[in-house]
Design a protein around this ligand. Structure first.
Ligand code: ASP
Length: 331
C-alpha cells in the first residue's frame, strides 16, 4: 500500500475562508472560517495526504503584512526542516497572493513543495471554488514531482510559478495568469501535469535569509500617470523610503519632471527601480530611458508589487546598484 505524504495546511485568511449571509450574496467578509472548517469541507482530502492544520492569521489579504509573512516563512522553514513534513499548503487571500508567493519563493530554505491557494468565491457561496482549489493544492503538495519547483500557486486547475503569476480579474475564478512565461502545469481533480520548471533562482538557491530579520526596509511604489507630480518622490523619501519602485507607464516610463527628480534621488543613494503598470511584458535597460546615466535599475519581468519585495529583501544587506540590478535578472 502506498504511504501517504504528510502535508501541513497553514491558513492565513482570505475569501477561501470568507463567509456571506447567504449563498448568493456578493458581499462577504474574508477570514471567517478556520483551518479545520476548510479541511472538513473538502471530500476525500484525507485520501491525498495525512494532514494537519495550523492557523497563522485570519485576515483578508489586503491586510497581509510583512510581520505575518515573516512569521509564515519561519513556520514553513521549521516544518519543512523536519522529516515528518513532506509539503506545505498555504491558504491565502487572492489580492496579495502573488506578493506572499514571491516572498516565500525567496525565503524558504527547502526543496519540498510549498503550494499556495485561495478562492474568488467565499466559503459559503453557491459554487464556491475554494474546496476544489484546496483539494488540488494538497494533491500538488503531496506529489514528489513537485519537489524543487519553488513556491507555486494552484487556482482554478492551473499551477503557476511564484515568479510569473499575477491577479488579473477582480471577480472571476479565472483570475490568475502567468502572462509572460506561461503556466507551470495543470491539476484537474488532483491529476497533475507539469509543462516546465521554474527558470529563475528560488528557495534553496536563493541567497536571501530571514534569520534575525523582524522588519524590512521601506520601499514605496509610485504609480506613473499623465502629468504625474514629481513631489510624490520627495514625499516617499522624506517618509523614510530607501527605495522606490516606479509602476511606470509603458516600458517603465515616467514624465520628464519625475525622471529628473528620480535621477537626483538615485544620486543621493535611493534605489530607483523602473517597473511597469502594464500587466505583461518586461522592462529593459537603456531603451527609452538612459538607465546607466540616471543610475536606475530595471525590474525585467517583475511587476511593481514583486519588484518591491525583491528590493526590500535586497536592501537588508549593503549592495551596489549593479548588484541589485543583477538580482533582478536572477530572481
Ligand atoms: N480580498 C480578498 C483577499 O485577498 C479577496 C480574495 O481572497 O479573493 O483576502
Amino acid at each position: 500500500m502506498k504511504t501517504l505524504a504528510r502535508v501541513s495546511i497553514l491558513a492565513t485568511g482570505g475569501t477561501i475562508a470568507g463567509a456571506a449571509p447567504s449563498s448568493t450574496q456578493p458581499g462577504y467578509t474574508s477570514g471567517k472560517i478556520n483551518v479545520e472548517g476548510m479541511i472538513q469541507a473538502v471530500p476525500n482530502l484525507e485520501q491525498l495526504a495525512r494532514l494537519n492544520g495550523e492557523q497563522i492569521s485570519n485576515v483578508g489579504s489586503q491586510d497581509m503584512s510583512f510581520e505575518i509573512m515573516i512569521r509564515l516563512a519561519s513556520r514553513i522553514n521549521a516544518l519543512l526542516s523536519k522529516e515528518e513534513t513532506d509539503g506545505v499548503v498555504v491558504t491565502h487571500g487572492t489580492d496579495t497572493m502573488e506578493e506572499t508567493a514571491f516572498f516565500l519563493n525567496l525565503t524558504i530554505k527547502s526543496p519540498k513543495p510549498v503550494v499556495m491557494t485561495g478562492a474568488m468565491r467565499p466559503f459559503t457561496a453557491l459554487s464556491a471554488d475554494g474546496p476544489l482549489n484546496l483539494y488540488n493544492a494538497v494533491a500538488v503538495a503531496a506529489d514528489p514531482r513537485s519537489l524543487d519547483r519553488g513556491v507555486m500557486v494552484v487556482m482554478n486547475d492551473r499551477i503557476h510559478g511564484a515568479h510569473s503569476l499575477t491577479k488579473t480579474n477582480t471577480t472571476s475564478v479565472e483570475t490568475f495568469l502567468s502572462p509572460v512565461n506561461g503556466l507551470m502545469g495543470t491539476v484537474i481533480y488532483g491529476d497533475i501535469q507539469y509543462f516546465r520548471g521554474p527558470f529563475r533562482k528560488h528557495t534553496i538557491s536563493s541567497e536571501f535569509s530571514l534569520q534575525n530579520v523582524s522588519a524590512l526596509p521601506r520601499v514605496d511604489i509610485l504609480y506613473a500617470c499623465a502629468d504625474m507630480p514629481p513631489d510624490l518622490l520627495d514625499c516617499s523619501v522624506s517618509s523614510g523610503a530607501v527605495g522606490i519602485v516606479i509602476a511606470g507607464d509603458g516600458n517603465g516610463n515616467m514624465n520628464g519632471a519625475c525622471l529628473e527628480k528620480a535621477a537626483r534621488m538615485a544620486d543621493r543613494g535611493i534605489f530607483i527601480v523602473r517597473s511597469s503598470r502594464v500587466p505583461t511584458g518586461t522592462v529593459g535597460r537603456n531603451l527609452e530611458v538612459d538607465d546607466d546615466a540616471n543610475n536606475f535599475i530595471v525590474s525585467d519581468e517583475l511587476n511593481p508589487a514583486k519588484a518591491r519585495i525583491l528590493l526590500m529583501l535586497a536592501l537588508l544587506k549593503k549592495r551596489t546598484r549593479q548588484q541589485v540590478q543583477d538580482l533582478f535578472y536572477s530572481y
